[in-house]
Ligand binder design. Structure first.
Ligand code: CP
Length: 316
């Protein structure tokens, strides 16, 4: 594995899931693999789970992990080619990235979309400029359009909790939120489940919340949440803003919040969310505090996903 930017860098998915589960069983089995190597973790946006789990994963492999909160502590970066830097940006990625490439052996980067310019966001300018100029492997810690470490974690969690000899039914359902959020987690979860190929996969959302079809081809898509939830084994709850008329909130119908009542038609479904979650907006207390919820287990599994990815990069 050269870079880890999307599911395309992670095929076959099943093999990466198995590597992650082997680290969960034996966290220190490769504790010298990264000896003498350093990973830099750059955050242009806030994070709790990604930041801490990736540091722990690197340490389990014997690597040093250094965190740099670029958005908070660093110089404002410029990413556009041929920019005339007479505005607020202070340092160009053409200088910053190769410097980081000298300091580190692997670079993890978290960026976010603007949610203002669809073309720019979906071209992944920020992370691609780091890949272009840093000269070392890059791990996406979430980018403008996808969150692959989260999706790998989600499939690890589904694999270890589903024990039946049939395909699980997985439902990704939109939920209300107070802010316009990126499509990253939904895009990524969808493309990972489809590439994994071992589930019946349904996406439920209100009208106007269609995701980019590049990520959803192979899924059943419906605007009827009740119908989607029938016989579900896993329900993944996530808000996202509109894709077509980009970055907006059209419907914020509280009727889309997942409740215990709605889970009655499922097969005792397990409920998932990437976190952080807005309680009683996206998901009710009664669901989050019930035996249905996998959310903290999911977050704990972030370590094994990161460890599997970093180990694959170190090995290659
Ligand atoms: N799920 C997730 O990426 O969490 P953080 O934003 O806290 O890293």
């Amino acid at each position: 594995m050269k870079n880890f930017l999307s599911v395309q860098d992670s095929l076959p998915v099943q093999s990466l899931i198995e590597t992650a589960l082997s680290y969960k069983a034996h966290p220190l089995k490769d504790h010298t693999l990264g000896k003498g190597k350093r990973i830099g973790l750059l955050f242009l946006n806030p994070s709790m789970r990604t930041r801490l789990s990736t540091q722990i994963a690197a340490q389990n492999l014997g690597m040093d992990a250094l965190v740099f909160n670029v958005g908070q502590d660093g110089w404002a970066l410029e990413f556009e080619e041929e920019a005339i830097m007479s505005g607020t940006t202070v340092e160009h990625v053409k200088e910053a990235a190769p410097i980081l490439g000298n300091y580190f052996d692997v670079l993890g980067i978290r960026t976010f979309p603007s949610l203002k310019n669809k073309e720019e966001d979906y071209h992944e300018l920020y992370i691609n400029q780091f890949v272009k100029y840093c000269g070392i492997p890059v791990v996406s810690l979430e980018s403008a359009t996808v969150h692959p470490l989260q999706s790998l974690t989600d499939l690890i969690t589904i694999t270890e909790t589903f024990r039946e000899k049939r395909k699980p039914k997985i439902v990704l359902t939109w939920a209300p939120h107070v802010k316009a959020l990126p499509q990253c987690v939904a895009n990524s979860f969808s493309e990972w489940v489809i590439q994994w190929g071992q589930a019946d996969f349904v996406i439920a959302h209100p009208e106007d919340y269609e995701l980019n079809s590049r990520f959803t081809q192979g899924a059943t898509i419906t605007h009827n949440q009740e119908e989607a939830l029938k016989d579900a084994d896993f329900v993944y709850v996530k808000n996202w803003s509109t894709y077509t008329d980009y970055g907006r909130i059209y419907c914020n119908d509280p009727g889309w919040m997942l409740t215990l009542k709605k889970l009655e038609s499922t097969r005792q479904a397990k409920v998932m969310h990437c976190l952080p979650v807005r309680r009683n907006v996206e998901l009710s207390d009664e669901v989050l505090d019930s035996r249905h919820s996998l959310v903290t287990r999911q977050a704990a599994n972030r370590v094994w996903a990161a460890q599997a990815v970093i180990s694959e990069i170190l090995k290659s």
